[in-house]
Ligand binder design. Structure first.
Ligand code: DX5
Ligand code: ZN
Length: 223
């Protein structure tokens, strides 16, 4: 059974994009054994971002390998069109971008209507005001700390201010969504994000490519 986390909990979500895809089953189990709380799955369509990863079939494969909570990040132009397939594939939380071409409120409503958690993501250059109307309809706000599309990029510290502002709004309005950061996260940058109120740390390169994944996850948890 999956224990539901709240925004006071530190959650570590290794990003599968940095795993060795030739042995994906072993990689998922390695992350689980190393202490991962969630598995972060990056879906890219070659339109919304300049890269292509995997679709609902990839999500389903991971779901069949492990019962770990699946945090599915849709970097696709038409999340509304593909939503039902990602729900059926076993996603526990589905995050859609505010910049994508869809009725955001309606997509969020459908995700929750299917009994899944709903997240909204925004790129580093996108102002917080674009997501403000939806903050009472989400379980998670993903503040991208790199321009999405590729793993292994450098953390963008200018996003910290936006995270602080989001946390202030959450307090003022008495809301309860997670704040997730994604891109260039390791123990050092996780500490900076945690200091301004982020609690869900997505980390690809710094976990899957560390010499000791368990130690890397512990370091991010304690940062
Ligand atoms: C970037 C993806 C990230 C990526 C993070 O577009 O959304 O989840 O895998 O990779 P690292 O942690 O290596 O920056
Ligand atoms: Zn991601």
């Amino acid at each position: 059974m999956i224990v539901k986390k709240n925004f006071h909990d530190r959650v570590i979500a290794p990003s599968l994009l940095a795993a060795d895809f030739s042995r994906i089953g072993d990689e998922v189990r390695r992350a689980v054994d190393a202490g991962a709380d969630w598995m972060h799955l990056d879906v890219m369509d070659g339109h919304f971002v300049d890269n292509i990863s995997f679709g609902p079939g990839g999500v389903r494969t991971v779901d069949q390998i492990s019962g770990i909570f699946l945090d599915v990040h849709l970097m696709i132009s038409r999340p509304d069109h593909y939503l039902q397939r990602f729900i059926e594939a076993g996603s526990d939380l589905i995050t859609v971008h505010v910049e994508a071409d869809h009725d955001v409120a309606e997509t969020l409503r459908r995700i929750r209507g299917a009994g899944r958690q709903a997240g909204i993501a925004l790129n580093p250059a996108t102002p917080l005001s674009t997501v403000e109307p939806f903050l009472d309809q989400i379980d998670l706000l993903l503040c991208m700390t790199v321009v999405p599309g590729f793993g292994g990029q450098a953390f963008m510290p200018e996003v910290l201010e936006k995270i602080s502002a989001a946390v202030r709004i959450r307090e003022t309005k008495n809301l309860s969504f997670h704040v997730e950061v994604d891109g260039g996260i390791d123990a050092v940058t996780a500490a900076r994000c945690a200091a301004v109120g982020a609690n869900v740390m997505v980390a690809g390169s710094s976990t899957f490519r560390a010499p000791d994944m368990g130690a890397a996850i512990t370091a991010i948890r304690n940062a």
